[in-house]
Design a protein around this ligand. Structure first.
Ligand SMILES: [Zn+2]
Ligand SMILES: [Zn+2]
Length: 346
């Protein structure tokens, strides 16, 4: 494969300013790395935070955002023996981790303190080429559709892992709060995993989407008695509650609708804190648990559901040059499903 000297990339130069489309040198893969020619790059809420620099640890500018990158391996760095040129792979948020800390050796590499994150601490996938770490890129089935697979790399694995973390078993109820880019996939994963789904959102069109994705019951989260409705419909509350919403009231509501002995799993990341009613948590023996993306094994499982046709992200495509208008739409909450930037790879 002939690799050009330069590539188009969406670049964050200053926080809170529009991204610029620039010609950047195509990076060369060092030992253990692969160069990937990007075919599709999903846009995630985290990319907005990266570009605005509003999280406690900021990326160093200039940088290329994006951590839902799908494409084919264009070049191998030294020592890479389990991948070949032309393999279809995915670059996810967990770019790499140290491989030897207590978290890495116990299958919790997502908690490694020395991890690098794509599109944040290392350049990401909103470009024609991106580097991946060969030991951490996801293998994708040869004939998968890059646009359909891109959202699985973050939104998919994050919700799949979050559902696992509730411990809800097949036949039990899970309440999914927030039916956006994450939540609409959560409804599909939960349904495919044999769980019964209650979906909550403040927007009726998103609730309608949840129904088509498999939710048995939908409840408008803005109703005063929303939590009570969930408790009544599920005969005592949901065994698992997954909060993908980025509004703080959703967190208190999630605790109310959990069943006795239930687990509330949090994946949405609004700034700030939320009130935890101690009496309710203690007397009902509720577990509140954070969940962050997923390990390589979780990712392989999440991909398998998508490859089997059991989960499919609702996507709209846009060009790399449209990245700023996509960010604006996402910020305004006007995106249903996921926007994927389509590039020339594949
Ligand atoms: Zn993401
Ligand atoms: Zn580690």
């Amino acid at each position: 494969m002939t690799i050009p000297q330069t590539m188009r990339a969406a670049v964050v130069r200053d926080f809170g300013r529009p991204l610029s489309i620039e010609e950047w040198p195509v990076p060369r893969p060092g030992p253990g790395k692969v160069l990937v020619r990007i075919a599709a790059s999903g846009v995630c809420h985290t990319d907005l935070h990266a570009a605005d620099g509003d999280w406690p640890v900021r990326p160093a500018v200039p940088f290329i955002p994006g951590h839902e990158g799908v494409g084919r391996v264009a070049a191998l760095g030294a020592g890479v023996s389990h991948l070949e040129e032309g393999d279809l792979v995915g670059i996810a948020w967990l770019h790499d981790a140290c491989g030897h800390c207590e978290y890495c050796i116990t299958g919790w590499e997502t908690l490694c303190e020395a991890q690098h994150n794509s599109g944040y601490s290392v350049n990401g996938c909103m470009a024609e080429y991106a580097l991946g770490n060969a030991a951490y890129v996801a293998r994708l089935p040869e004939h998968s559709d890059p646009v359909a697979m891109a959202p699985i790399l973050c939104a998919g694995v994050t919700t799949y892992k979050g559902i696992k973390e509730t411990g809800a078993r097949p036949g039990q109820w899970i309440a999914i709060s927030g039916i956006g880019g994450l939540g609409h996939l959560a409804v599909q994963y939960a349904t495919a995993m044999g769980l019964r789904v209650v979906a909550l959102d403040v927007a009726e069109d998103k609730l309608a989407l949840a129904r088509t994705d498999g939710a048995e019951i939908v409840v408008n989260a803005s109703l005063d008695n929303a939590a009570q409705r969930v408790i009544d419909a599920t005969g005592g509350g949901a065994h698992g509650v997954l909060v993908t919403a980025v509004s703080r009231p959703a967190f208190g509501q999630a605790l109310q609708m959990a069943r006795r002995r239930g687990t509330v799993s949090l994946v949405g990341l609004p700034p700030g804190t939320f009130e935890t009613p101690i009496f309710e948590v203690v007397l009902k023996r509720i577990t509140v648990r954070g969940s962050i993306v997923g390990t390589r094994q979780d990712l392989a499982e999440a991909i398998a559901f998508a490859a089997a046709g059991k989960v499919r992200a609702h996507t709209q495509t846009a060009a790399l040059e449209d990245v700023d208008s996509v960010f604006a739409e996402l910020k305004a909450g006007r995106v249903t499903g996921r926007v994927v930037l389509k590039l020339d790879g594949q």
